[in-house]
Design a protein around this ligand. Structure first.
Ligand code: GLP
Length: 242
């Protein structure tokens, strides 16, 4: 079941997302974390809450959704670096408990399977998601099987263009592959929190919520999950029937 929360703008979306996330910032909880611009406001609120209220992450574990293939973790646009810069370096989560899939090494598919095994042993309590303008979740592009596990994938042309802004607007610098949790992996999370803001997400939001459940729109599978919260701002909600 999807609970839809409509807010005015990005700031309100981040406030609402923090309200939902706050319930999970407790010892023993397992967080599924995401990258992209969308969760930055939420991460800023988590850092503020840690500093002001002393909310501790010592007994919290996390699993990130995805990582580019071939970028060293020291590259500022690696998702490993992104997570440290925007969240992990500012809270007290233990390095060994903050998992980001690796996009480096000889046996990426083997590492991907091991990542899924870890998640099976440590089920995710709340999975945070953004959405791509083509309806992708994590890096599961249109056409990805709904039962997929963590795997290596080619990025869609539109995703490479969307992410160009993080690579000096130089398309040749954007990695063309990523390791991503599969849709099947994501669907195992007990609660899913998806945030979508801005006009370039409006079509994907409509397809996700009001379209058929179809691999053409990967996020549409969320209609089959039992506990999803979707937070949309006015611009992202613009094409919805209600
Ligand atoms: C990236 C990430 C996704 C993210 C999406 C949207 O490609 N792999 O996890 O949800 O793009 O990004 P943004 O939040 O910057 O719009």
């Amino acid at each position: 079941m999807i609970t839809l929360i409509k807010v005015r703008d990005y700031d309100e979306a981040s406030d609402k997302a923090f309200e939902v996330m706050k319930e999970y910032l407790k010892p023993g909880k397992v967080l599924g974390l995401a990258t992209g611009s969308t969760p930055l406001g939420l991460y800023a609120r988590m850092v503020f809450d840690h500093e002001e209220n002393g909310t501790s992450y010592q007994e919290i574990r996390s699993f990130n959704l995805d990582e580019y293939v071939g970028l060293p973790i020291t590259h500022p646009e690696s998702y490993y670096a992104f997570m440290h810069r925007n969240l992990f370096d500012h809270i007290d989560i233990k390095e060994e408990n903050a998992h980001v899939p690796s996009g480096l090494g000889e046996d990426l598919e083997g590492q991907a399977r091991a990542y899924d095994e870890m998640i099976d042993e440590t089920p995710v309590d709340i999975q945070l998601l953004g959405i791509g303008s083509d309806g992708h979740i994590a890096f599961n592009e249109p056409g990805t099987p709904f039962d997929s596990g963590t795997h290596v994938t080619d990025l869609a042309e539109s995703t490479i263009k969307d992410n160009c802004r993080f690579f000096d607007n130089d398309i040749s610098k954007v990695p063309t592959q990523a390791v991503t949790q599969g849709i099947g992996t994501i669907m195992k999370a007990k609660h899913i929190l998806l945030i979508a803001t801005g006009a370039n997400k409006a079509k994907a939001v409509k397809d996700m919520l009001e379209g058929p459940v179809d691999e053409v729109c990967p996020a549409s599978i969320l209609q089959r999950h039992e506990d999803v919260t979707v937070i949309v701002d006015e611009a992202a909600a613009a094409l919805l029937d209600k």
